[in-house]
Design a protein around this ligand. Sequence first.
Ligand code: C5P
Length: 249
Amino acid sequence: MTTLAILTAAGSGTRLGRDVPKALVEVDGLPLVVHAARRLAGSGVVDALVVTSPPGMAGLVAGVLADDPLVGVPVRVVDGGATRQASVAAALAVAGPDDDVVLVHDAARPFAPAALVRRVVAAVRAGHRAVVPGVPVVDTIKSVSAALPAPAAGHGPASAVETVTGTPERAVLRAVQTPQGFDRALLARAHAEGAARAGADHLAATDDAGLVEALGEPVVVVPGDEAALKITTERDMHLAALYAGDAHH
Ligand code: C5P
Protein backbone atom coordinates (compact mmCIF):
# COMPACT_ATOMS: atom_id res chain seq x y z
CA MET A 1 0.00 0.00 0.00
CA THR A 2 1.37 3.42 -0.94
CA THR A 3 0.94 7.11 -0.24
CA LEU A 4 0.43 9.42 -3.20
CA ALA A 5 0.82 13.18 -2.81
CA ILE A 6 -1.11 15.48 -5.12
CA LEU A 7 0.74 18.79 -5.39
CA THR A 8 -1.49 21.53 -6.75
CA ALA A 9 0.47 24.02 -8.81
CA ALA A 10 -1.95 25.02 -11.58
CA GLY A 11 -2.96 28.42 -10.22
CA SER A 12 -1.97 31.65 -11.93
CA GLY A 13 -1.14 33.44 -8.68
CA THR A 14 -2.31 36.79 -9.98
CA ARG A 15 -2.20 38.37 -6.49
CA LEU A 16 1.57 37.95 -6.55
CA GLY A 17 1.76 40.11 -9.67
CA ARG A 18 4.55 38.14 -11.38
CA ASP A 19 4.67 37.18 -15.06
CA VAL A 20 5.01 33.43 -14.36
CA PRO A 21 2.57 31.16 -12.51
CA LYS A 22 3.11 31.27 -8.74
CA ALA A 23 4.45 27.72 -8.54
CA LEU A 24 7.34 28.70 -10.83
CA VAL A 25 8.26 31.85 -8.90
CA GLU A 26 11.66 31.34 -7.28
CA VAL A 27 12.70 31.69 -3.65
CA ASP A 28 16.35 31.13 -2.83
CA GLY A 29 17.00 30.19 -6.47
CA LEU A 30 14.35 27.43 -6.71
CA PRO A 31 10.73 27.44 -7.96
CA LEU A 32 8.13 27.12 -5.21
CA VAL A 33 6.88 23.83 -6.69
CA VAL A 34 10.37 22.34 -6.28
CA HIS A 35 10.61 23.48 -2.65
CA ALA A 36 7.24 21.85 -1.96
CA ALA A 37 8.12 18.63 -3.80
CA ARG A 38 11.43 18.36 -1.90
CA ARG A 39 9.68 18.42 1.45
CA LEU A 40 7.01 15.92 0.43
CA ALA A 41 9.62 13.54 -1.03
CA GLY A 42 12.00 14.11 1.88
CA SER A 43 9.37 13.15 4.45
CA GLY A 44 10.08 9.51 3.76
CA VAL A 45 6.36 8.70 3.83
CA VAL A 46 5.38 9.75 0.29
CA ASP A 47 5.89 7.21 -2.50
CA ALA A 48 5.01 9.30 -5.56
CA LEU A 49 3.82 12.76 -6.62
CA VAL A 50 1.18 13.93 -9.07
CA VAL A 51 1.61 17.62 -9.82
CA THR A 52 -1.11 19.77 -11.40
CA SER A 53 0.34 22.21 -13.90
CA PRO A 54 -1.07 25.31 -15.54
CA PRO A 55 -2.51 23.98 -18.83
CA GLY A 56 0.15 23.93 -21.53
CA MET A 57 3.05 24.13 -19.07
CA ALA A 58 3.28 20.49 -18.02
CA GLY A 59 6.57 19.97 -19.85
CA LEU A 60 8.15 22.94 -18.12
CA VAL A 61 6.93 21.87 -14.67
CA ALA A 62 8.07 18.27 -15.26
CA GLY A 63 11.46 19.58 -16.34
CA VAL A 64 12.18 21.64 -13.22
CA LEU A 65 11.16 18.72 -11.01
CA ALA A 66 13.16 16.14 -12.98
CA ASP A 67 16.26 18.34 -12.75
CA ASP A 68 16.19 18.47 -8.96
CA PRO A 69 18.30 15.84 -7.21
CA LEU A 70 16.34 16.10 -3.94
CA VAL A 71 12.96 15.18 -5.45
CA GLY A 72 13.66 11.50 -5.04
CA VAL A 73 10.27 9.94 -5.82
CA PRO A 74 8.47 9.34 -9.15
CA VAL A 75 6.66 12.45 -10.43
CA ARG A 76 3.79 12.66 -12.89
CA VAL A 77 2.49 16.01 -14.14
CA VAL A 78 -1.09 16.54 -15.31
CA ASP A 79 -2.85 19.61 -16.66
CA GLY A 80 -4.87 21.34 -13.95
CA GLY A 81 -8.48 22.47 -14.30
CA ALA A 82 -10.24 25.81 -14.08
CA THR A 83 -10.51 25.64 -10.27
CA ARG A 84 -8.39 24.07 -7.55
CA GLN A 85 -11.14 21.49 -7.01
CA ALA A 86 -11.03 20.53 -10.71
CA SER A 87 -7.24 20.31 -10.58
CA VAL A 88 -7.31 17.92 -7.62
CA ALA A 89 -9.95 15.82 -9.37
CA ALA A 90 -7.73 15.57 -12.48
CA ALA A 91 -4.80 14.40 -10.35
CA LEU A 92 -6.94 11.97 -8.38
CA ALA A 93 -8.01 10.36 -11.65
CA VAL A 94 -4.46 9.03 -12.18
CA ALA A 95 -4.12 7.53 -8.67
CA GLY A 96 -3.59 3.79 -8.75
CA PRO A 97 -5.38 1.04 -6.79
CA ASP A 98 -2.38 0.65 -4.46
CA ASP A 99 -2.50 4.31 -3.40
CA ASP A 100 -4.58 3.82 -0.28
CA VAL A 101 -3.57 7.17 1.26
CA VAL A 102 -3.66 10.42 -0.71
CA LEU A 103 -2.25 13.73 0.44
CA VAL A 104 -3.32 16.98 -1.19
CA HIS A 105 -0.81 19.79 -0.83
CA ASP A 106 -0.60 23.29 -2.30
CA ALA A 107 2.62 24.37 -4.00
CA ALA A 108 1.63 27.74 -2.55
CA ARG A 109 2.72 26.29 0.84
CA PRO A 110 6.23 25.26 -0.24
CA PHE A 111 7.81 25.20 3.22
CA ALA A 112 5.43 22.82 4.99
CA PRO A 113 7.98 20.83 7.00
CA ALA A 114 8.59 17.12 6.43
CA ALA A 115 7.58 16.53 10.07
CA LEU A 116 4.14 17.98 9.32
CA VAL A 117 3.80 15.68 6.29
CA ARG A 118 4.66 12.70 8.50
CA ARG A 119 2.16 13.82 11.17
CA VAL A 120 -0.69 13.95 8.68
CA VAL A 121 0.14 10.59 7.07
CA ALA A 122 0.52 8.95 10.49
CA ALA A 123 -2.95 10.14 11.50
CA VAL A 124 -4.50 8.72 8.32
CA ARG A 125 -2.63 5.43 8.74
CA ALA A 126 -3.89 5.34 12.36
CA GLY A 127 -7.44 5.15 11.00
CA HIS A 128 -8.60 8.75 10.57
CA ARG A 129 -9.88 8.88 7.01
CA ALA A 130 -9.66 12.68 6.64
CA VAL A 131 -6.99 14.75 8.38
CA VAL A 132 -6.17 18.46 8.22
CA PRO A 133 -3.39 20.45 9.90
CA GLY A 134 -4.76 23.46 11.77
CA VAL A 135 -3.44 26.39 13.78
CA PRO A 136 -5.30 28.66 16.21
CA VAL A 137 -6.36 31.98 14.71
CA VAL A 138 -5.02 35.21 16.18
CA ASP A 139 -7.55 37.60 14.67
CA THR A 140 -11.17 37.79 15.71
CA ILE A 141 -13.11 36.52 12.68
CA LYS A 142 -16.49 37.95 11.66
CA SER A 143 -18.94 36.81 9.02
CA VAL A 144 -20.38 39.54 6.83
CA SER A 145 -23.03 40.19 4.22
CA ALA A 146 -23.61 43.03 1.78
CA ALA A 147 -24.03 46.36 3.55
CA LEU A 148 -27.37 47.58 4.81
CA PRO A 149 -28.65 50.70 3.05
CA ALA A 150 -26.49 53.73 3.80
CA PRO A 151 -27.57 55.80 6.82
CA ALA A 152 -29.18 59.16 6.21
CA ALA A 153 -26.85 61.78 4.79
CA GLY A 154 -24.46 63.17 7.36
CA HIS A 155 -24.64 60.12 9.65
CA GLY A 156 -21.82 57.64 9.38
CA PRO A 157 -19.29 56.99 6.67
CA ALA A 158 -20.48 56.39 3.14
CA SER A 159 -17.69 53.89 2.56
CA ALA A 160 -19.12 50.95 4.59
CA VAL A 161 -19.53 48.06 2.14
CA GLU A 162 -20.41 45.11 4.38
CA THR A 163 -22.43 44.39 7.52
CA VAL A 164 -21.32 42.02 10.29
CA THR A 165 -23.62 39.03 10.67
CA GLY A 166 -21.75 37.10 13.36
CA THR A 167 -18.64 36.58 15.48
CA PRO A 168 -17.74 32.90 15.97
CA GLU A 169 -15.98 32.18 19.24
CA ARG A 170 -12.28 32.43 18.41
CA ALA A 171 -11.19 29.57 20.64
CA VAL A 172 -13.00 27.03 18.46
CA LEU A 173 -11.62 28.30 15.14
CA ARG A 174 -8.62 26.86 13.30
CA ALA A 175 -6.88 28.14 10.20
CA VAL A 176 -6.32 25.00 8.17
CA GLN A 177 -3.30 24.30 6.04
CA THR A 178 -2.08 21.61 3.70
CA PRO A 179 -1.04 18.84 3.30
CA GLN A 180 -4.47 17.35 4.01
CA GLY A 181 -4.54 13.57 4.13
CA PHE A 182 -7.26 11.11 3.13
CA ASP A 183 -8.24 7.56 2.60
CA ARG A 184 -8.24 7.55 -1.22
CA ALA A 185 -11.67 5.96 -1.64
CA LEU A 186 -13.26 8.56 0.66
CA LEU A 187 -11.57 11.45 -1.17
CA ALA A 188 -12.63 10.06 -4.55
CA ARG A 189 -16.25 9.84 -3.36
CA ALA A 190 -16.09 13.36 -1.93
CA HIS A 191 -14.83 14.73 -5.24
CA ALA A 192 -17.39 12.79 -7.28
CA GLU A 193 -20.23 14.16 -5.17
CA GLY A 194 -18.66 17.63 -5.14
CA ALA A 195 -18.49 17.63 -8.93
CA ALA A 196 -22.13 16.51 -9.14
CA ARG A 197 -23.16 19.41 -6.85
CA ALA A 198 -21.04 21.98 -8.68
CA GLY A 199 -23.36 24.37 -10.41
CA ALA A 200 -24.48 27.92 -10.51
CA ASP A 201 -25.03 28.23 -6.77
CA HIS A 202 -22.09 26.10 -5.60
CA LEU A 203 -18.70 27.75 -5.48
CA ALA A 204 -15.78 25.38 -6.00
CA ALA A 205 -14.38 24.04 -2.73
CA THR A 206 -11.26 25.80 -1.47
CA ASP A 207 -10.07 22.70 0.37
CA ASP A 208 -10.63 18.98 0.06
CA ALA A 209 -11.73 18.41 3.63
CA GLY A 210 -14.75 20.60 2.92
CA LEU A 211 -15.93 18.07 0.34
CA VAL A 212 -15.56 15.27 2.90
CA GLU A 213 -17.48 17.32 5.48
CA ALA A 214 -20.29 17.70 2.92
CA LEU A 215 -20.63 13.90 2.94
CA GLY A 216 -21.19 14.04 6.69
CA GLU A 217 -17.94 12.16 7.32
CA PRO A 218 -15.63 13.16 10.18
CA VAL A 219 -12.50 15.24 9.59
CA VAL A 220 -9.84 15.44 12.30
CA VAL A 221 -7.32 18.20 12.99
CA VAL A 222 -3.65 17.68 13.83
CA PRO A 223 -1.36 20.54 14.86
CA GLY A 224 -0.23 22.64 11.89
CA ASP A 225 3.01 24.56 11.55
CA GLU A 226 3.64 28.25 10.94
CA ALA A 227 6.24 27.29 8.30
CA ALA A 228 3.36 25.93 6.20
CA LEU A 229 2.24 29.48 5.47
CA LYS A 230 0.47 30.13 2.18
CA ILE A 231 2.24 32.42 -0.22
CA THR A 232 -0.28 34.81 -1.66
CA THR A 233 1.24 38.30 -1.76
CA GLU A 234 4.69 39.81 -2.17
CA ARG A 235 4.87 40.22 1.61
CA ASP A 236 4.60 36.44 1.98
CA MET A 237 7.66 36.04 -0.26
CA HIS A 238 9.75 37.78 2.40
CA LEU A 239 8.41 35.43 5.07
CA ALA A 240 9.05 32.46 2.78
CA ALA A 241 12.71 33.36 2.53
CA LEU A 242 12.96 32.78 6.31
CA TYR A 243 12.01 29.12 5.84
CA ALA A 244 13.68 28.41 2.49
CA GLY A 245 16.95 27.07 3.84
CA ASP A 246 15.42 24.89 6.52
CA ALA A 247 14.39 21.70 4.70
CA HIS A 248 14.92 19.15 7.40
CA HIS A 249 12.99 20.08 10.53
O1 C5P B 1 -5.86 30.04 -5.70
P1 C5P B 1 -5.43 29.43 -4.40
O2 C5P B 1 -4.40 30.25 -3.69
O3 C5P B 1 -6.52 28.94 -3.51
O4 C5P B 1 -4.63 28.13 -4.88
C1 C5P B 1 -4.22 27.15 -3.96
C2 C5P B 1 -3.40 26.11 -4.69
O5 C5P B 1 -4.19 25.50 -5.70
C3 C5P B 1 -2.15 26.67 -5.38
O6 C5P B 1 -1.05 25.83 -5.11
C4 C5P B 1 -2.55 26.69 -6.85
O7 C5P B 1 -1.45 26.48 -7.73
C5 C5P B 1 -3.51 25.52 -6.93
N1 C5P B 1 -4.51 25.67 -8.01
C6 C5P B 1 -4.63 24.66 -8.97
N2 C5P B 1 -5.56 24.79 -9.98
C7 C5P B 1 -6.33 25.91 -10.07
C8 C5P B 1 -6.22 26.93 -9.09
C9 C5P B 1 -5.31 26.78 -8.07
O8 C5P B 1 -3.91 23.65 -8.91
N3 C5P B 1 -7.17 26.02 -11.10
